[in-house]
Design a protein around this ligand. Structure first.
Ligand SMILES: [Zn+2]
Length: 313
């Protein structure tokens, strides 16, 4: 059976911790599971301690830009001045309501010092920058909670401070990094050139990348050796238009391609797990077609598996 690679997936964010992750259904998939905030991190830690199939999971540690406002960088501040500093808002009522529901900000340095464990963590992520993201009325995104979006954003300068801190964690620990980038392609590339380029041991996974092929080839793959940059493709973003997805595959060096779902994995329902597997199979079939009519999905899956080994090693 093919070993399918999910190079970028999640566990649910559940502040009440009522969700019970399950390790079933992992068979046949090698998963690189991100954490994005303290809630999914505690969930992920619990899952890995329960899991009987640890070999099939790689653990990510990070703060996603959608949760970066929950942290302060540098000197401690009171709650109101922290959120005033890091949030960008025009509507004062919306801001006041958010401050009411948001938690006390967390010290990023303390979080990393207390939680990062190099024996458990294989990759820094998910981290990055997001220009479009807006806060929901409940303060941060929680799976299954349907909160309206406000017009309040997290300042890019704050997202950048958090992202740079995690780049330094990756270089310090000498481990790969999995990056989220929405509409910040130039800035994010500049930061990586400064923070990561000088450190050859850090490999980069651009997950569900939506920048142009010109940026990928002309900036990323021109500056970084091609064995340090990986592009992880998802069905729902990169193959929304299958022809565009295949064109992207053809434009990239075959050795840098990975596959992902970007979905939470901690749902033991066999139909759900089957769907995740199906997404990865779909990607391998598309990649095989893009490369060469003579390849089949199994051969593409093996190639992606070897790519992932080089990413994570
Ligand atoms: Zn993600």
């Amino acid at each position: 059976m093919d070993k399918l690679v999910d190079a970028h997936c999640h566990v649910v964010t559940d502040p009440e911790n009522t969700h019970c992750g399950d390790a079933e259904g992992f068979r046949g998939m090698l998963r690189c599971v991100m954490s994005s905030n303290p809630y999914d991190w505690s969930n992920l830690k619990q899952m890995t301690s329960n899991s009987v199939r640890k070999d099939d999971i790689r653990v990510g540690f990070g703060v996603h830009p959608w949760y970066s406002h929950l942290f302060y960088v540098g000197a401690s501040r009171n709650k109101l001045s922290h959120y005033q500093d890091v949030l960008e808002y025009k509507d004062k009522d919306q801001f006041d309501n958010l401050v009411r529901v948001l938690p006390e900000p967390i010290d990023l340095e303390g979080y990393i010092a207390g939680e990062f464990d190099d024996a458990l963590v294989s990759v820094v992520g998910e981290v990055g920058l997001d220009k479009l993201f807006r806060l929901p009325t409940n303060g941060f995104y929680v799976q299954g909670e349907k909160a309206r979006l406000t017009s309040v954003k997290v300042r890019i300068s704050h997202q950048e401070a958090v992202f740079r801190r995690f780049c330094r964690l990756a270089t310090h620990a000498g481990i790969p990094i999995s990056i989220h980038d929405v509409k910040c392609h130039g800035k994010l590339n500049d930061i990586c050139n400064e923070e990561l380029l000088p450190c050859p041991s850090v490999k980069i996974c651009l997950h569900s990348y939506t920048g142009s092929t010109e940026t990928l080839l002309g900036q990323w793959l021109k500056k970084f050796p091609s064995d340090r940059v990986f592009v992880s493709l998802s069905k729902w973003i990169n193959f929304k238009d299958p022809e565009e997805g295949k064109a992207l595959v053809r434009s990239l060096p075959p050795n840098c391609i990975l596959t992902e779902t970007d979905f939470p994995i901690d749902n033991p329902d066999p139909t759900y797990q089957g769907d995740l597997m199906e997404q990865l199979r779909y990607l391998n079939a598309q990649i095989a077609q893009a490369w060469d009519g003579g390849l089949d999905a199994s051969q593409a899956a093996l190639h992606v598996y070897e790519n992932f080994q080089r990413f994570i090693e």
